[in-house]
Every structure is written in structure tokens, then in C-alpha cells.
Design a protein around this ligand. Structure first.
Ligand code: NAD
Ligand code: ZN
Length: 342
């Protein structure tokens, strides 16, 4: 089968011929149809320090996918061949307190498809049946392929009650933009999204009804005044990993405000803890998706009008992966979907 492989310990990826994976009794084999490029894949493509430390070579990369089940392990129940599916890319063990208590997303150190387990940028993917998420008929493969990052957005946005709230989202990358769409869908009032990249802010404004703010040019205090937000934003969603962005949230949230943090900073940074404490802010770290509550809520919202397709800016054949990765690296795109059937 064709697969996109980190074949050598150096920058780049290679489209290789690999054996079709053999499955265990609790796995399924998926014929992959569409995949999407994630920031994680860009780290692996660029072979930065995190990637060199984390990813064993050779590794088939990728974890955002939609496809069809073509083989079932002997112990698998409740799934059938021919079923259209996506899936949770974090693979967990069933040992330990969190798993035994049913809090699957809190299991420490999950293995990642395409990071430390052979991944989805391939014609075929082996995945534990537990991780499979069937796709309803009205959710196509293209949207199916971006459910993983939409799940990050949903997990973050639904961490706190957004109904009627003014929400400040820092970072208009694909996940920030999707979280804005979720906030709108569930009934937030004003949604302000910040970035320092005008292309991303333009995409955000196309995707949903938000107020885009370039924080390198405009001060959030004047935005609050313009929108008549007297005391501050009720909820903040950190979607950039930028130190300045976190501090914008601390500065512009209301006393008693709540911040959900998905963005991953590249290194530790200083926070105005005094302000954070006196404002009695709640900060929640977010990793991955809740297994599997996020998936059910996300599918339900997509089926009832949550539209995230605008965030897909490029559709390419998997053969043109190089272009896809370079475009994503430039920061001038939203999600990029690769087709494994052409
Ligand atoms: P992305 O890198 O495409 O988007 C981040 C955006 O933040 C960029 O558009 C960038 O221009 C913007 N930005 C930079 N400085 C800023 C500032 N000072 N203020 C506001 N915006 C600023 O990332 P993405 O794929 O949308 O993911 C969002 C974040 O979430 C990233 O940090 C990513 O690493 C992280 N992430 C975390 C998890 C998790 O499980 N915790 C999962 C996926 C992604
Ligand atoms: Zn991802």
C-alpha cells in the first residue's frame, strides 16, 4: 500500500510502498479515504526537537482520517465491514484508575496514531475497535477527516457554559476558528477572535459571525469598548500557544472568568499570577477529546447545523502531499485534506 512515512531521521516525509497492516483480534482494518494535515504532522515533517525526541523512525504519520472498515478482528463486535468511520487517535491501555473508572481521556500517556503507532496517512490503517467512531450518512468523508481537530475545539469550547457569554478566543488557527463556530452554535453573545496573521483572521470571519482582531494592530480594550463589553469576557479559549495571548486572556476576562487552554506553548513563560489570583480566574488545561462524550456531542452538532467546512481551504491528492505540507507550514491555509483514493 502507499503510505506517507517518516522514513529517515531528517526533515521531510516520503511516499513509500508499505505492507498492509495485519490486525489483532480487537482491531479493525480501515481503507482510508480522506485525511487532514494537523499541526502535529507539521512538527514531524519539519523534524523539530519535539518530533526527534518523540517519534521512532520509520513511522507512518497522520491521525486525522475518514474511511471504511474492510476487515474485523475475531473479537470485534458491533461494527461491520463496509461501515464508514473516523476514529479517536489516542490509544489507551485499560489499566489504572482513570480507565477503570471510565474516564478514558484522563488515562496518562496515551499512544498516538502517527506519532508512536503506525498512522493514517496510508491506504490502510489498523486501529483498535474501541477507538472507531462510526460516521452517520449525512457526515461526508471530508468532514469526517477533520473531526479530530474539531473534537479539540469542541472539548475546549464546551468546558465552560458559553450561553449568552462574551467569549474571547486567542488564535485563529483551524482549531480556534472551529471553536468560534462551536461557540456560535451553542449560543454565545459576542465572540472575539485574535491573531497576528490577517489571512487567518479573514478565514475566521468567513467561517462564522465573529469579531476578528489583529492584536499586533488593535488593543483589546478598545474592542471591548466598541462592543459595549463593560466588565470583560466571561470565558476565554486559548488556541495559540502564544505567551502574549494567554496574558491577553488574564487581562481582558471578567473577575471570576474562566479560561480553557488548548494551545501548547513552545517553552515556559511568565504569567501575571497576581492578576490571575485577584481576578479569581479558573484555568483548565485541555488535551485531546473526551472519550467519547466529545465525539457524540460533535456529531450531534454537525448534524444540526454546525458548519466547519469553510475551514478546509485546500483539497489535494495524497500524491501532492509535499505541496500540502509546505502550504500548511506557510500559515496561509486552514485545514488541508488529502485524498487517498485518487
Ligand atoms: P495553529 O498554529 O494553526 O494556530 C495558532 C494561531 O495562533 C496561528 O494562526 C498564529 O498566528 C496565532 N497566534 C500567534 N501569536 C498569537 C497571539 N499573540 N495572539 C493570538 N494569536 C496568535 O494551531 P491549531 O492547529 O489551530 O491549534 C491551536 C493550538 O492548539 C496550537 O498551539 C496547537 O499546538 C494546540 N493543540 C493542542 C492540542 C491539545 O490536545 N492540547 C491538540 C491540537 C492542537
Ligand atoms: Zn490532529
Amino acid at each position: 500500500m502507499k503510505a506517507l512515512v517518516k522514513a529517515k531521521s531528517e526533515p521531510g516525509l516520503w511516499l513509500c510502498d508499505e505492507p498492509v497492516p495485519t490486525i489483532g483480534s480487537n482491531d479493525v482494518l480501515v481503507r482510508v479515504k480522506k485525511t487532514a494535515i494537523c499541526g502535529t504532522d507539521i512538527h514531524i515533517f519539519g523534524w523539530d526537537e519535539w518530533a526527534r525526541r518523540t517519534v521512532p523512525v520509520p513511522m507512518v504519520v497522520g491521525h486525522e482520517f475518514a474511511g471504511e472498515i474492510v476487515e474485523l478482528g475475531s473479537s470485534v463486535q458491533g461494527l461491520v465491514c463496509g461501515q464508514r468511520v473516523s476514529g479517536e487517535g489516542h490509544v489507551i491501555t485499560m489499566h489504572g484508575r482513570a480507565a477503570r473508572s471510565g474516564r478514558f481521556h484522563l488515562v496518562p500517556q496515551p499512544q498516538g496514531l502517527g506519532v508512536n503507532l503506525q498512522g493514517a496517512f496510508a491506504e490502510y490503517l489498523r486501529i483498535p475497535a474501541f477507538n472507531v467512531v462510526p460516521l452517520p450518512d449525512d457526515i461526508d468523508d471530508e468532514v469526517g477527516a477533520i473531526l479530530d481537530p474539531l473534537g479539540n475545539a469542541v472539548h475546549t469550547a464546551l468546558s465552560f457554559d458559553l450561553v449568552g457569554e462574551d467569549v474571547l478566543i486567542t488564535g485563529a488557527g483551524p482549531i480556534g476558528i472551529m471553536s468560534a463556530a462551536v461557540a456560535r452554535h451553542v449560543g454565545a453573545r459576542h465572540i472575539v477572535i485574535t491573531d497576528v496573521n490577517p489571512v487567518r483572521l479573514e478565514l475566521a470571519a468567513k467561517a462564522t459571525d465573529v469579531v476578528p482582531v489583529d492584536v499586533s494592530k488593535e488593543d483589546l480594550a478598545s474592542v471591548k469598548a466598541r462592543l459595549d463589553i463593560e466588565e470583560g469576557f466571561g470565558v476565554g479559549l486559548e488556541m495559540s500557544g502564544a505567551p502574549g495571548a494567554f496574558n491577553d486572556l488574564v487581562e481582558h476576562l471578567v473577575v471570576g472568568g474562566k479560561i480553557a487552554v488548548l494551545g501548547i506553548p513552545s517553552k515556559p513563560f511568565a504569567v501575571d499570577w497576581t492578576k490571575l489570583v485577584f481576578k479569581m480566574l479558573t484555568v483548565k488545561g485541555i488535551y485531546g477529546r473526551e472519550m467519547f462524550e466529545t465525539w457524540y456531542k460533535m456529531l450531534g452538532m454537525v448534524q444540526t447545523g454546525l458548519d466547519v467546512r469553510t475551514v478546509i481551504t485546500h483539497r489535494l491528492s495524497a500524491r501532492d502531499f509535499q505541496l500540502g505540507f509546505e502550504t500548511m507550514q506557510s500559515g496561509l491555509s486552514g485545514k488541508i485534506v488529502l485524498d487517498w483514493t485518487t
